[in-house]
Design a protein around this ligand. Structure first.
Ligand code: AMP
Ligand code: ZN
Length: 461
C-alpha cells in the first residue's frame, strides 16, 4: 500500500511500526455543527481507515474532540471558539460541546463513517497537556508571558519543515505582531492564562488557564499512540500552523519525530470559493437532506474526487451524484443471484490496486462502474462489488431486490432497471426519488406495489 506523505512530498510504501497501525485524526471543534466540508475530511480518514483494514493492517484509530482551546484565528490570538459560541448563544460551553458532538456522530453514522477505536475529548486530558508543557519548559523550549506559556521556535531548528517555510523570509515580512511579548511572530501558545470570564479553565503551575489547541493533539497522540506512530491526518488548512506546531512540540520533547506519515485532505469548495457563514453558503448534512439529498449521495459525491484534489460543491453536482449513486446501487444489485459469466477478475484487481494506491477511490469507483455495467447478470460481479465496498463504504449491499425478484424476469430490461433503481432509492431512504421513479413507471404503463413479499411490478392492463 502506498500513501502520500506531506512531510516528504512523496508517495511512500506503507510499513507500520508495530502490529497495529497507529492513526491519529484531528477531530472536530465542537462549537457549531460540522459542515459538509468538515465531513469531507472525515470521509477521507474513513477511506484511509478502511483501506488499511483492506490492506491487511489493524488500525488503532484515535480521533480527538476539540472542546476547548481552538481560537478564532486558528493561532493564538482571538477568542476560544467554544467560549465565543457560549457567550453569543448564552449557553453553557459544556452543553454546546455535548450536543455538537452528538450531532457530529449522527452525521458520521449517516455517512457510513466507521467509529475510531478511541475518541478523546481535550477537556478529559488536561493533566497530560500540563505535563507536556512542563516537559517542554524543563528542556528550555518555552517561556512565560503575561497571557500564557509560549513555545520558543528559536530553540527548534526544524521549525517549518512540514510546510517548507522559509522562516527568515517569513519573519522579515511578517504581519505586525499583536502580542509584543512574543519573541518571534511564529512562537505559539502552549497554555493560555484564562481571564475570569473564560468558563472552561483549570489550575496549572501557571495559574488558572486552558491548553493551546496544538498541545491537545500532541498530548493525546502521545497518550494513546505512544512516542512513535504511523499516520496523522487533518484537513489541508492544518498543515502550516496546527501540524507544524505539533511537530515542533513533539520533537522538542521527545528528541525524535512522533509521526511517520502526515496526510492532508484537500478542501471542499462551494461554487469555486470558500464556504462561510457570512456568504450564507455553508451547508450541513441536514441542509442537504432537507433539499432531498440523502447523506449517502454526499458520500458518493466525495468519492468522485481524490482526497488530495479540491472538490467543488454545486447543487448540479449533487444532483448528478444522487442519480449516479442510485443507478450504481441498482446496477450492482441487478447482479445478485445472476448466473451469467461477466468478467470480474480484471476489475477486482483494478479496484484493489486503486484503493491501495494512495486511496484512489475515484479510480476504484470507475472500475466498479465498468464491471457492474456488463449486461450479463453475474453473482461474482455482485460479490466483487461487495468486497471493494468494504473500502468504499457505499452500502452497496443494502436490502434491495435480488436479480429476478423485482418482478417476473419477463419485464423488459428498461422497466426492470427502473424497478431496481426505485428499490435502491428506497433502501437509501431517498423517498422523493423513489416516488419519482414510481411515477415514471406509471407513465410507461407499469404499476408498482409494495407487498410483504417484496415489490410487485405489473403492466397496467
Ligand atoms: P474544525 O471542526 O474546524 O476543527 O475542522 C474539522 C476538520 O475539517 C479539519 O480537519 C479541517 O481541516 C477540516 N475542514 C474545514 N473546512 C473544510 C473544507 N471546506 N473542506 C474540507 N475539510 C475542511
Ligand atoms: Zn489536531
Amino acid at each position: 500500500m502506498t500513501l502520500y506523505n506531506t512531510l516528504t512530498r512523496r508517495k511512500e510504501t506503507f510499513a507500520p511500526i508495530a502490529a497495529a497501525a497507529g492513526l491519529y485524526a484531528c477531530g472536530p471543534t465542537v462549537y457549531s455543527p460540522a459542515h459538509i466540508g468538515n465531513m469531507r475530511s472525515y470521509l477521507f480518514t474513513d477511506w484511509l481507515r478502511r483501506a488499511l483494514i483492506f490492506g491487511g493492517y489493524t488500525p488503532k484509530h484515535v480521533m480527538n474532540i476539540t472542546d476547548v482551546g481552538h481560537l478564532t484565528d486558528d493561532g493564538d490570538a482571538g477568542e476560544d471558539k467554544l467560549q465565543k459560541a457560549a457567550r453569543e448563544k448564552k449557553l453553557d460551553p459544556w452543553a454546546i460541546a455535548a450536543s455538537v458532538t452528538a450531532r457530529f456522530f449522527a452525521d458520521a453514522d449517516a455517512l457510513n463513517i466507521q467509529r475510531p477505536e478511541v475518541v478523546c475529548k481535550a477537556t478529559d486530558h488536561i493533566p497530560q497537556m500540563i505535563a507536556f508543557v512542563e516537559g517542554l519548559l524543563e528542556k528550555g523550549h518555552g517561556y512565560e508571558t503575561s497571557d500564557g506559556i509560549y513555545f520558543d521556535i528559536a530553540t527548534f531548528p526544524g521549525y517549518g519543515k512540514l510546510s517548507r517555510l522559509d522562516l527568515d523570509a517569513q519573519v522579515a515580512g511578517a504581519r505586525v505582531e499583536v502580542n509584543p511579548e512574543k519573541r518571534n511572530p511564529f512562537d505559539f501558545a502552549l497554555w493560555k492564562k484564562a481571564p475570569r470570564e473564560h468558563i472552561m479553565q483549570w489550575d496549572s503551575p501557571w495559574g488558572k488557564g486552558y491548553p493551546g489547541w496544538h498541545i491537545e493533539c500532541s498530548a493525546m497522540g502521545l497518550q494513546y499512540l505512544g512516542e512513535r506512530f504511523d499516520i496523522h491526518t487533518g484537513g489541508i488548512d492544518h498543515l502550516p500552523v496546527h501540524h507544524e506546531n505539533e511537530i515542533a512540540q513533539d520533537e522538542a520533547l521527545l528528541g525524535h519525530p512522533m509521526v511517520n506519515t502526515w496526510m492532508h485532505g484537500e478542501f471542499l469548495l462551494i461554487d469555486g470559493g470558500k464556504m462561510s457563514k457570512s456568504l450564507g453558503n455553508l451547508y450541513t448534512l441536514g441542509d442537504l437532506e432537507e433539499r432531498g439529498y440523502p447523506p449517502m449521495a454526499y458520500r458518493y459525491f466525495c468519492a468522485g474526487a481524490h482526497y488530495r484534489s479540491k472538490l467543488n460543491f454545486t447543487w448540479d453536482g449533487m444532483d448528478a451524484a444522487k442519480t449516479a449513486y442510485n443507478r450504481l446501487l441498482a446496477a450492482v444489485r441487478a447482479h445478485r443471484g445472476g448466473t451469467g459469466n461477466a468478467s470480474v477478475e480484471p476489475y477486482a484487481a483494478q479496484m484493489r490496486d486503486a484503493v491501495l494506491d494512495d486511496l484512489n477511490i475515484p479510480k476504484a469507483v470507475g472500475a466498479l462502474w465498468t464491471m457492474a455495467r456488463q449486461p450479463e447478470r453475474t453473482q461474482a460481479v455482485y460479490d466483487a462489488a461487495l468486497a471493494i465496498d468494504r473500502v468504499l463504504g457505499l452500502r452497496l449491499d443494502d436490502a434491495g431486490p435480488a436479480a429476478g425478484q423485482s418482478g417476473p424476469d419477463t419485464l423488459p430490461e428498461g422497466i426492470r432497471a427502473l424497478v431496481d433503481a426505485r428499490q435502491a432509492a428506497k433502501a437509501n431512504r431517498d423517498y422523493p426519488e423513489a416516488d419519482r421513479i414510481r411515477g415514471e413507471l406509471k407513465g410507461l404503463g407499469y404499476e408498482l406495489t409494495d407487498t410483504k413479499e417484496g415489490v410487485v411490478c405489473k403492466k397496467i392492463s
